[in-house]
Design a protein around this ligand. Sequence first.
Ligand code: CAA
Length: 258
Amino acid sequence: MAYETLLIEISDQTGIIRLNRPDDLNALNNTLMDEMTAALDDFEANDDIGCIVIIGSKKAFAAGADIKELKAFDFASAYQKDLISKNWERVTSCRKPVIAAVSGYALGGGCELAMMCDFILAAENAKFGQPEINLGIPPGAGGTQRLTRFVGKSKAMEMCLTGRFMDAEEAERSGLVARVVPTDSLMDEAKKVAASINAKSRPVTMMVKESVNAAYETALSQGVLFERRLFHAAFATEDKDEGMEAFIEKRDAHFKNK
Ligand code: CAA
């Protein structure tokens, strides 16, 4: 498929989606979100790909939903066209690990898209924020919910009520991002993390992802039980035998994803 708003690359076993609307700081319009859905469908179906990276430009991961497009909606059209729900959340159902590599602005829908990924790797110049309040709207792609879970009520409330941006150092300190890396090595670092995940057993990476996500959706005892069942299931894989044998034989494991 030819993409208008994305650049797509496969590097080793990593599928890379680069947002590519440079004139609008990668503002997320309907075409881009349709294309993101299609790219994630393709990468998910491609057995050669273990892990996915979503990245923007140096100046902007994404400066939010496209305000010029949003302006045309009224309540009836937003509701009937199922704005956001229609094509923004494909990333949350992806079973392969998805890394958001954030440089520059991740604002509004851009911050929300990054938070939908499995973890965020931030460049030193990254800036996160939910400035929708300045436009006379609340966040609409999960910002009030996910930011609160990441950084706690006080900081999330302050950011959503004032529109203040958070820099990379504060984002790491607050638990929003996994790690901060030098701005110019963001892509290399993202590829390195992805390669490290790609070297693991795929079914087990999927189990880990599903299990960590269950922590958001369930009570502790149910989450622990869910994890325990997956833990038991992993003992039925050849990869468990390979991983443990490799440890005992003091060599690297070579997983077959079986
Ligand atoms: N939508 C559409 N266009 C955008 C945009 C957006 N979210 N963000 C930036 N642009 C465009 C600008 O209009 C400008 O285009 P022109 O050159 O045609 O005028 C171009 O990108 C460059 O932007 P600036 O000149 O503003 O660049 P700057 O460096 O001075 O400022 C910025 C950068 C602080 C990020 C500023 O662009 C900005 O505040 N952007 C809007 C951020 C925002 O409010 N995001 C929330 C959007 S609503 C949303 O996301 C809802 C939701 O929850 C789903």
